[in-house]
Design a protein around this ligand. Sequence first.
Ligand code: GLU
Length: 508
Amino acid sequence: MADSPIRVRFAPSPTGPLHMGGVRTALYNYLFARHHGGTFVLRIEDTDRTRFVEGAEEYIIEALKWCGIEPDEGVGYGGEFGPYRQSDRMDMYIRFVDQLVANGHAYYAFDTPEEIDAKRKAAEEQKEVWQYDATTRNEMKNSLSLPSEEVESHLVGGSPVTVRFKMPADEEVVFEDAVRGSVRISTKVLDDKVLLKSDKMPTYHLANVVDDHLMRISHVIRGEEWLSSTPLHVLLYRAFGWEAPTFAHLPLILKPTGKGKLSKRDGEAGGFPVFPLEWTDPKSGATASGYRESGYSAEAFINMLLMLGWNPGTEQERFTDDEMIKSFSLDRVVKSGARFNPEKARWFNEQVLREQSDADLAAQLKPLAEERNLNLTDEQLLMVVTMMKERSAFLHELLAADYLFNAPESFHEKTVKKKWKEQTPAIMAELMVVLEGVEPFDEATVESEFKAFLEKKELGFGAVGPGFRLLLTGEGGGPSLFAIAAFLGKEETLRRMQVGLEKLNTNG
Ligand code: GLU
């Protein structure tokens, strides 16, 4: 792995649970690294202590683990470019910012937040927008506008000081984005961003660029919301005299309506998760659902994310992990927003579920069945899987047919009305006699004896099947009737028929 110069990173801020858009960013980075035999780094960007949320870093690491997109290097994984948590790298940033001040690309600013606010308000009153930039910096209190003695006295006197980037007054910044192509922007609209705050903490921009350089990141693959910061980053690389990495900005994930960015609230309103794992907010105690806890397999979740912003150029939608790595490329990442469809998430889960062998599913189902005190033998678990697999998208749905485990309390009204005829009770009584003699009471034998009964009585399936199903399950439809009977066993089958006949006769 270390042979490849390709090094990418996922650089989340621990400000809360990782949104599925964040997981997609991690996934694309991971796939790109794997595809090129490169290295995938996890860096935690926690310089903004005001937004720090307890437990978020652990959540991020666990979510990536569950998804199977584990870093090669980073927080929790080690590596030779560490430390990988920005709060553990604080000294480095100050050193680099000094370098920028020394070579004239950054300057000290002594304005208080109140003074800056006053400027902004005054401009607002004139219906103008004010920003700290090449046109306004001279009217502010900084090392470019003040005489050097005054600057000196501010610096030694301990006034609050920030360091700002000196944005060129009028220049066109051009960079190639691997997804969006050529991006151009005039520095006239860009402001002198703070690089180092008055508490000596670096801002995101400074720490991000310094770390990407020191960690030898070759490709910065991140969400579209960072596109507007990229010109500044490009200029920072230049100011440091460093080569900039290749940038690739991923499209937004949109609401199911296609209007606007997918948010936590959309998930709550639509009853679908937007987070990989369940998350309980440490302050409010409120819980948000996760894909894992909702019964999705990590494989399905990842496959769904793969297709949310990337297309292979073919009709293929279902990708195994290996296929994803083989097929992924940045030039097939789409430019426009990717609309999230909760139905599609379910579809992917269904595909992955059905690819698994019945025996594997039965083994996975066992703890769920135990949790529900269902007391099923391995053979019964396998029968449940065989019956329910084609009707389920989730593991837990394999246990959704309650009639398999409990005799019906009521009978599907419409089916009773349509199919429970005057002669049905007598036919059922005769069928009971036949079933009594079936040996062994397995699916194939029940089926052949049932068919022989139809033939002998010269009855169509429709005259017997629906009534039989009603008695066993209370339902009008479901998996094979003979499989259900075999699963219940002879004794329970006959008991349900007896009880059902009594109930339907008194009701009817
Ligand atoms: N810390 C930023 C975030 O939380 C990282 C952005 C980037 O990848 O540059 O998304």
